[in-house]
Design a binder for this molecule. Structure first.
Ligand code: AMP
Ligand code: DBH
Length: 556
């Protein structure tokens, strides 16, 4: 794929020679686990109709084969991209495995994404199919898909076939003018190279809507294997997936794939409430789960009231956003678990605290990299020459390694900003390194808000608001919030002629919703200000303005 920047040969050879990259593809891996663990339980959860399911590895393979047939009948071919926007239902695992089986590339969208994002993902990936769950938590995803395909048609694109897992059609006419269905089974894809792109993950987005992240079989499986080892997974491991299943954390750190790799059991929580999680932990004797910090806090308060039996739970992973040291210290004693901090990104690098780290490190750092081959550079955050800062000093984190991408999917402009000439990814995170190699996340140098682990690019809010006739100027920023970490605030300079100032905040939120933004990106707080503080004119003036406004708002 010419438009994906990959690892130079020197690095590819190094990673292979070091035994990090294998020949194994996802299809090989799943076929192998089906043979080895056939009658063990692979997946527990509810299906798209809300019925409980419990699949063995053998049954998962059969469901994956069926999903592959559904996709093929919808016109999907080897190498095609398939946008998945599914909640935590068992079909999610079946369709991911089905894509791998037939050599199609899943694009991991979230069920909260709306027209703006889904249209963009379909366009960027030239998707052959969009897989959804018709009615998700009372929201009509079929109606949403119609709007997305309508928009794609208007823009002259080929709309994807729409597959509803609540009603998957295997023998109907092919959609959208794609080739007609056949009834032949879809066989496991032979001969795929492990260094080809296996799927597209989404970045949290710093400019505009999320970029697509091309991950190869070899690089991702390395991180999955190594994560499973660090987290000491085995056939007895039972992982509860509370976070959205398609998120990189839930997929791979060690997540769904790590557990399937080890022959363990994945339990999908249909909703993220502590009540549901506690019920499933008791019922399935869950050993491991992963949360974002606000959920960990919700567990703390809920455990005192509900007194659940968490005796099977050994490890509680927390990541996606900074965990406050004070909360970290309470979790272990209150829940009777070992806390593991996880600092990762869909672009690659993942850091874990380890089982044998001293408690002082586990509670105050966000872990150290998976691999000795992860290269870490911590540089001056504002000096364009990017000199490295001294040990223990705060700086911007750059990284390069065996599972960190060298470029986004078909986005050369983003590549120029996000990667150095020698291939280091600019994470946008500010960190400090401890003598042990552990990283402490101290802040962020990117124009992004991290709301409870969900990332929003400031621009995603500012662009549609600037198009509103009553808005003269707008700045989106994250304000500190004791529960969410950050809450989304937009500061608006209204047009002097704005119709009714009193109702403007509500109308602006409605405007954002109507513009098709994902549900979690809508502002928590809309502030109106007649005058913005002035900044020095320069490249980063908007960032400076955000900082000025943030400190201004905290003072008033
Ligand atoms: P994404 O781009 O959505 O994959 O999000 C990755 C980003 O999430 C990282 O670059 C960090 O900004 C943030 N992040 C992930 N885990 C942590 C953590 N444990 N502590 C602080 N920030 C985190
Ligand atoms: O926030 C993230 O993107 C993240 C957090 C923890 C991640 O991608 C991961 C672990 O793999």
């Amino acid at each position: 794929m010419a438009s994906v920047r990959s690892w130079p040969d020197e690095f590819r050879l190094r990673y292979r020679a070091a035994g990090l990259w294998h020949e194994e593809t996802f299809a090989d891996f799943l076929a192998d686990r089906t043979d080895r663990f056939a009658s063990r339980t692979a997946v527990v959860g509810v299906d798209a109709h809300g019925d409980e399911q419990r699949w063995t590895y053998r049954e998962l393979a059969a469901r994956a084969a069926h999903a592959a047939r559904v996709l093929r009948d919808a016109g999907v071919r080897e190498g095609d991209r398939v946008v998945l926007t599914l909640p935590n239902v068992v079909e999610f695992v079946a369709f991911v495995a089905g894509c791998f089986r037939m050599g199609a590339l899943p694009v991991f969208a979230q069920p909260g994404h709306r027209e703006a994002e889904l249209t963009q993902f379909c366009l960027l990936s030239d998707a052959a199919a969009l897989v959804l769950c018709g009615d998700t938590a009372g929201y009509d995803h079929r109606g949403l898909a119609e709007r997305v395909t309508g928009e794609l048609r208007r823009r002259g694109g080929t709309p994807p076939a729409v597959v509803d897992v609540q009603d998957p059609v295997t023998d109907g006419p092919a959609l959208a003018g794609r080739p007609a269905a056949t009834t032949a089974p879809v066989t496991v894809r032979p001969g795929a190279s492990a260094e080809e792109v296996a799927f597209l993950q989404l970045s949290g987005g710093t400019t505009g809507i999320s970029k697509l992240i091309p991950r190869t079989h070899a690089d991702y499986l390395y991180s999955v294997r190594a994560s499973a080892e660090i987290c000491e997974l085995d056939e007895q491991s039972v992982m509860l997936v509370v976070l959205p299943a398609a998120h990189n954390f839930a997929m791979s750190s060690p997540g769904i794939l790590g557990v399937l790799h080890a022959g363990g059991t994945v339990v999908l929580a249909p909703d993220p409430s502590p009540r549901t999680a506690f019920r499933l932990i008791e019922q399935e004797r869950v050993t491991l789960t992963a949360l974002v910090p606000p959920l960990a806090q919700a567990w703390l308060s809920s455990v005192r009231r509900r007194r659940p039996d968490l005796s099977s739970l050994r490890v509680l992973q927390v990541g996606g956003a900074k965990l406050a040291d004070t909360v970290a210290a309470q979790l272990g004693p209150a829940l009777g678990v070992r806390v593991q901090q996880v600092f990762g990104m869909a672009e690659g690098l993942v850091n874990y605290t380890r089982a044998d780290d001293p408690e002082s490190v586990t509670l105050t750092s966000q872990g150290r990299p998976i691999s000795d081959h992860d290269e870490i550079r911590i540089v001056h955050p504002t000096d364009p020459a990017e000199p490295e800062v001294g040990d223990g000093e705060e700086g911007a984190l750059l990284t390069r390694g065996p599972y960190t991408i060298r470029g986004y999917y078909r986005d050369e402009i983003a590549d120029r900003d996000s990667f150095t000439a020698d291939g280091f990814y600019r994470t946008g995170d500010l960190v400090r390194r401890l003598p042990s190699g552990h990283l402490v996340v101290t802040g962020r140098a990117k124009d992004q808000i991290n709301r409870a682990g969900e990332k929003v690019a400031c621009e995603e809010l500012e662009q549609p608001l600037l198009a509103h006739p009553e808005v003269l100027d707008v700045v989106a920023l994250g304000l500190p919030d004791p529960y969410l970490g950050e809450r989304i605030c937009v500061v608006v300079r209204p047009e002097p002629e704005a119709a009714s100032i009193d109702t403007l905040p509500e109308r602006l939120v409605a405007h954002l919703r109507d513009s098709g933004l994902a549900t979690w990106k809508l502002p928590d707080d809309v502030r109106l200000l007649d005058v913005f503080p002035t900044t020095h004119v320069g490249k980063n003036s908007r960032r400076e303005l955000r900082q000025l406004l943030a400190s201004h708002l905290q003072e008033i």
